[in-house]
Design a binder for this molecule. Structure first.
Ligand SMILES: CC(C)(COP(=O)(O)OP(=O)(O)OC[C@H]1O[C@@H](n2cnc3c(N)ncnc32)[C@H](O)[C@@H]1OP(=O)(O)O)[C@@H](O)C(=O)NCCC(=O)NCCS
Length: 334
């Protein structure tokens, strides 16, 4: 069996910065409320008229990752794309990457696991590499949230949290079994699907039904039972990080850097305290970008790497929790 390691990282976020004060002009909210409850100061939202979309941003991040891996698009054997905000209802964004990067007719798979999307995508790619089926896989997490949010006071509990952006990495075959992805751990609990959801469009609740409701049906906006999600997040994050450590005979003292999904700074701080980690052992960038869902972990990993916080031989723990519910972790010896 082969091992797999991340050989290139990249990210792209739109230029347009939306501050909390900007949001307070659209809805009844304040900078103080948002910062205190979530840690978020600003986020990026694609500007009207821009060509950016989940696929386009993903392609931009992917180009950087491929170049940093020292590869070309022709070296990529497979694409895995994670998003909850695809350009089309179908097909998924993976095939658009194949086209946008002018790649050969390699396979393209879309992952629909929301905030855990990148963790699921990385784990999926890891299996293809470890079995020897592929050598270099392009993995992308990208989200264009801003166009689908309720920007009135009615939606403030959800809308202030989300930002747009994309991250990408190349996962490559390695013969060095002492480094790379040590293990990944994936979970779901579908009975809570309705706690954090966009209910429309769905085959059961299609566009005519929304139109017929004369604006009463807002099931196409994200709904979240925030308190319930928060309570589950802190438990599942802790569990799945412990699961990853125990599988590898490690304990919390072995963690060099934890990169949690950027859902809420208070969740990350809770996990940090629980695992007894110092500030420099947990990477957060939610202050700048908000929650970019499937892009969040990979943007954070890329930024941490660019800032020199991911070093050879470090034990890196990636973890996420989100809609589904789904959650997971990946343990990497860098
Ligand atoms: C969303 C979240 C920040 C809300 O924080 P909270 O402390 O739970 O706040 P609540 O939802 O209980 O709302 C408290 C009050 O603030 C109000 N409020 C909600 N959003 C607001 C906003 N943007 N500005 C001002 N007030 C707001 C609510 O209406 C409520 O008012 P009320 O008490 O008069 O009814 C928090 O629940 C959270 O982070 N949840 C988890 C998110 C997450 O992890 N997602 C995972 C993957 S995406």
């Amino acid at each position: 069996m082969y091992n797999s390691k991340i050989t290139g990282l990249g990210y792209y976020v739109p230029d347009n910065i939306v501050t909390n004060d900007d949001l307070s002009k659209l809805m009844d909210t304040t900078d103080e409320w948002i910062q205190e409850r979530t840690g978020i100061k600003e986020r990026r939202w694609i500007k009207e008229g821009s060509d950016d979309s989940s696929a386009v941003m993903g392609a931009k991040a992917a180009k950087i990752a491929i170049e940093r891996a020292g590869l070309t698009k022709d070296d990529i054997d497979f694409i895995v794309f994670a998003t909850l905000s695809p350009d089309y209802y179908f097909p998924g964004c993976g095939v658009q990457i194949q086209d946008l990067l002018d790649m050969d007719t390699v396979g393209a798979l879309d992952v629909r696991n929301q905030c855990s999307g990148f963790i699921y995508a990385l784990s999926t790619a890891d299996q293809f590499i470890k079995t020897g089926m592929y050598k270099n896989i392009l993995i992308i997490g990208s989200e264009y949230h801003s166009n689908g949010l309720d920007k009135t006071t009615r939606g403030r509990g959800v809308t202030v949290i989300f930002g747009d952006g994309a991250g990408a990495c190349v996962l490559s075959r390695s013969e060095d079994n002492s480094r790379g992805i040590l293990s990944s751990h994936l979970h779901s609990e579908g009975k809570y699907a309705d706690k954090l959801t966009v209910a429309s469009p769905s085959i059961g609740n299609w566009v005519p039904a929304i139109i017929a409701s004369n604006g009463e049906d807002i099931s196409y906006f994200p709904y979240m039972d925030g308190t319930f999600v928060f309570k589950n997040a802190v438990v599942r994050f802790s569990e799945v990080i412990m699961e990853g450590l125990m599988t590898n005979g490690l304990n919390k003292e072995d963690i060099d850097l934890l990169i949690p999904h950027q859902a809420n700074l208070r969740i990350a701080q809770f996990i940090q305290k629980k695992f007894g980690l110092r500030d420099d052992q947990v990477f957060n960038n939610i202050m700048k970008y908000g929650n970019t869902t499937a892009a969040s972990v990979i943007i954070a990993l890329t930024e941490a790497w660019e800032e020199g916080k991911v070093k050879d031989d470090d034990l890196i723990v990636l973890a996420a929790f989100g809609s589904g519910f789904t959650w997971g972790s990946v343990i990497i010896k860098w």
